[in-house]
Design a binder for this molecule. Structure first.
Ligand code: SAM
Length: 188
């Protein structure tokens, strides 16, 4: 679907913290965060990867405050500006709230709430190297079950990495790999 035109910058919250925690054992060559928001999660992994890149449809100016050296921020739709199979790790905390139209890029996930998360997954898998991993944070406020069912139908291997129960939702982080691959990168 077309990238959204507007919205507000997403400030770090419990989901950002859980994503950071889940990513903490991972290290390697190159990583991409789709939808870097404040840059907080990307900044946290940057010291463990040779190259850390983030894309967002919101500008990078404010996010630069949270970013470290050796991190590249790109104003772009998902991973559309990159070639196939170039990253060892791709991670995202996508917008997932059901919304008839996507007006707030930070939270609106499309008519069923699945459209944007699945579009992040599709692009993430396209730019993922052989043996790499996609790490996705999902919430019960979105349609986690259908997201995981789509992964299964695509032949992907999904492994739970972390979970946090809040009073109104449960946040979960999953590692997603192409089926039948060696788990060479990134290291953990
Ligand atoms: C839920 S926020 C997460 C922000 C940050 N990763 C975090 O965990 O705090 C989702 C982010 O995805 C971005 N986004 C939405 N659509 C996008 C697209 N098509 N391409 C890249 N980023 C997008 C939003 O602007 C927002 O920063």
């Amino acid at each position: 679907m077309a990238p959204p035109a507007g919205g507000r910058r997403y400030l770090p919250a419990e989901d950002t913290d859980l994503l950071r925690t889940a990513l903490s054992p991972l290290a390697g060559g190159s990583c991409l965060e789709i939808g870097f928001g404040s840059g907080t999660a990307l900044s946290s992994v940057s010291g463990r990867f040779d190259l850390a890149v983030g894309t967002d449809v919101m500008g990078a100016e404010e996010a630069r405050l949270a970013i470290r050296p050796r991190v590249e921020l790109v104003l772009a739709d998902r991973a559309r500006c990159f070639r196939d199979r170039v990253f060892d790790l791709v991670f995202f905390n996508p917008p997932y709230l059901p919304s008839a139209t996507v007006e707030d890029a930070a939270v609106d996930g499309g008519p069923t709430g699945l459209e944007v998360p699945l579009s992040f997954l599709e692009e993430g898998l396209r730019v993922l190297k052989d043996g790499g991993v996609v790490v996705a944070l999902l919430s019960t406020e979105g349609d986690v079950r259908s997201f995981l069912a789509r992964c299964t139908s695509l032949g992907l291997e999904v492994e739970p990495m972390a979970e946090k129960r809040l009073f109104y939702e449960t946040l979960s982080v999953f590692a997603i790999r192409r089926g039948g691959e060696d788990r060479r990168t990134p290291q953990s």
